[in-house]
Design a protein around this ligand. Structure first.
Ligand code: BF8
Ligand code: SF4
Length: 624
């Protein structure tokens, strides 16, 4: 620590360190500067002890017992902490699920012939998914009519007219029955989110346990509902991912080409931009401007979506978004929604970068708004691409100080099963035989409270060294790709057993499974393993980790992992320490309810120890 410079203290990445220095020279304020300005952050809020639910307040509880122990309405620490955390779950589940709904809308409009430029790319998956909803092709049916019928069935998953979200049936029977008996089965995606907002209004649910259990139910409506729908429909519309090579870090930006960076989450926008870039009219525009080509690169999860399906390069993860603009090489950044810092427009104003927002539900200062809808997406994408090409000649100096790192992504469940030779058996045999001790989903964000990428990369390194397979998504997946863990040769970092198995299969020891909604793929894989072994998910040597989480979506993910039976270790502490009852329930008591708990450990070395111990205890219980 002592001899690290101030940039090395903020990020482990070389491109991040060099660009932080440049940003400082260019007098750009970054997320780290603003974080420091916020210190010390509010202790009441950090502990979850402040309440702004109504205007008899705002109220706060004194954690030292000297000052008030109840809000104006009489709510104590347990009630206030529980309500606050539930509202975080609801916001996270809403974000993932509304993203899923936007995809369903495209599917529906394709069926009606009203979605410009979109098509069904994976007809086989469309039919397989439709069959799960008992929609079978009849005489005269084609992909479009099946798409319409499936979209209607998926819309019902959001509603209040059924008793269980249909996709929960993908869980092993034991888990499904456990949810039913514990009252955790989600009935409708929107219904559970709305009910969370209702329960947490003043004077409704004041049982901290029942508030939290409903929070788990809401999170399940995300994992086994909204997120799962987002993943499946994205595969149907844009293709089911298969492994392919890509490149990562800011070195993927090209000095002699028009660089378009897509940032956000929904492939509905980024896929159409990519498509527009391949049109002959785009080539003509490029020639006129003297650009050698057009280069689409991603940031955050929409980057992961394109990486998974097309091998499109990713320039960086969440904390890199401002620094990527500071390269001066981004001709246009196109955003949709979620995790897009409202600071980006101000950063771009210092360079030539054109910022374009696209969603009717997400506006940002300093951005031009070109709104995408299924009916006009292709025209809008062409317009956006033209804007980017026109801006190429306005570029000033650029700074691209690193070479890109090669990585392999695209590990959908279908791709993993294919790599295993058509069945999960080789993976199960390797786990049973002990060559692979278990598997861990390393997921989630970056957060300036944790040195950028340090949590993800250190934890992942320790896990694979100890023969634990890592499945990653979101910004964690980008961190691990930049660290070089995702090429066949990276088996050199793995323990002997994992090295042997991955070497024989020709896969890396860290499998890039996609964006944050693609955590649903991890649930599907866990169910397949549990079913093959005829056990529950909570019996498997599995764990989850979110070493650098920041987002409400990550709270929802953590909750549905735990509610699905997966022990989950968080890096940053959630705002729960104001209630020791709730800390005890989440870190211990939930074992009796869902067979899994949370742990919190900001040090990734110690988190790796916790996970290893958990995996070995599960192996022992299974007698393997
Ligand atoms: O959905 S990992 S910082 S980009 S919230 Fe956001 Fe977190 Fe990144 Fe993706 Ni997920
Ligand atoms: Fe205060 Fe209760 Fe209102 Fe919260 S709900 S702000 S604790 S009065």
């Amino acid at each position: 620590m002592m001899n690290q410079n101030k940039y090395q203290q903020k990020t482990i990445t070389t491109d991040g360190q060099l660009l932080l220095k440049k940003a400082e020279q260019d007098q750009i304020e970054t997320v780290w500067d603003r974080y420091e300005e916020q210190l010390p952050q509010c202790g009441y809020c950090e502990m979850g002890l402040s309440c702004r639910v109504c205007m008899m307040g705002p109220c706060r509880i004194d954690p030292f017992g000297q000052g008030p122990q109840k809000g104006v309405c009489g709510a104590d620490a347990d009630i206030i902490v529980a309500r606050n955390i539930d509202r975080m779950i609801a916001a996270g589940a809403a974000a993932h699920s509304d993203h899923g709904r936007d995809l369903v809308e495209v599917l529906f409009k394709i069926g009606k012939g009203k979605a410009q430029g979109y098509e069904i790319k994976d007809s086989e998956k469309l039919r397989r998914f439709a069959a799960e909803y008992a929609i079978y092709p009849e005489d005269g049916d084609n992909d479009l009519s099946i798409a319409s019928k499936l979209a209607r069935a998926l819309m019902d998953e959001f509603s209040t007219c059924q008793s269980e979200i249909f996709l929960t049936k993908r869980a092993p029977d034991k888990r499904l029955n456990l949810w039913r008996e514990a009252g955790l089965i989600p009935r409708g995606i929107d219904r559970e989110i709305v009910e969370t907002m209702h329960r947490t209004h003043m004077g409704v649910d004041n049982g901290w346990q029942s508030i939290l259990l409903h929070g788990l139910r809401t999170s399940l409506s995300d994992g086994w509902g909204g997120s799962m729908i987002a993943t499946e429909v994205s595969d149907i519309l844009f293709g089911t991912p298969q492994p392919q090579t890509n490149a990562v870090n800011v070195g993927v930006l090209k000095p002699d080409q028009v660089n378009i960076v897509v940032h956000g989450h929904n492939p509905v926008v980024s896929e159409m931009i990519l498509h527009a870039c391949s049109l002959p009219e785009t080539k003509q525009l490029l020639d006129e401007k003297g650009a050698k080509g057009i280069n689409v690169a991603g940031v955050c999860c929409t980057g992961n979506e394109l990486l998974m399906r097309h091998g499109v390069p990713v320039a960086g993860n969440h904390l890199m978004s401002e620094l990527i603009i500071a390269t001066g090489a981004v001709d246009a950044m196109i955003v949709d929604y979620q995790c897009i810092m409202p600071s980006l427009g101000a950063v771009a104003a210092c360079y030539h970068t054109k910022m374009i927002s696209t969603s009717d539900k997400a506006r940002f200062p300093g951005m031009v708004h070109i709104e995408f809808h299924p009916e006009n997406a292709l025209n809008q994408a062409k317009e956006v691409v033209k804007n980017a090409i026109d801006n190429f000649s306005n570029r000033g100096d650029i700074y691209l100080p690193v070479e890109p790192v090669t990585s392999v992504g695209g590990f959908s469940v279908e791709a993993i099963i294919k790599a295993l030779g058509g069945t999960p058996d080789p993976l199960i045999d390797a786990i049973k035989g002990g060559k692979i001790r278990g598997a861990v989903g390393v997921v989630g964000c970056n957060n300036p409270k944790i040195k950028h990428d340090h949590g993800h990369v250190t934890l992942t390194k320790r896990l694979i060294e100890n023969d634990i397979l890592v499945l990653d998504t979101g910004c964690a997946a980008i961190a691990n790709a930049k660290a070089g863990f995702k090429v066949a040769e990276s088996i050199q970092y793995a323990g002997p057993g994992l090295k042997e198995v991955c070497g024989a299969l020709g896969i890396p020891p860290v499998l890039h499974m996609g964006s944050c909604v693609d955590n649903a793929r991890i649930l599907v894989l866990a169910s397949a393993l549990a079913n093959a072994l005829q056990v529950d998910i909570s019996d498997l040597p599995l764990a989850g980790a979110a070493p650098e989480w920041y987002s409400e979506k990550a709270v929802s993910i953590g909750c549905y992992f735990v509610a699905s039976g997966v022990y989950t270790v968080l890096g940053p502490m959630p705002p729960i320490t104001g209630s020791m009852n709730i800390v005890k329930l989440l870190t211990d008591g939930l074992n009796d309810v869902v067979g899994a708990t949370f742990a919190v450990e900001p040090d990734p070395e110690k988190a790796a120890d916790l996970i290893q111990k958990h995996i070995e205890s599960k192996r022992q219980a299974l007698g393997i």
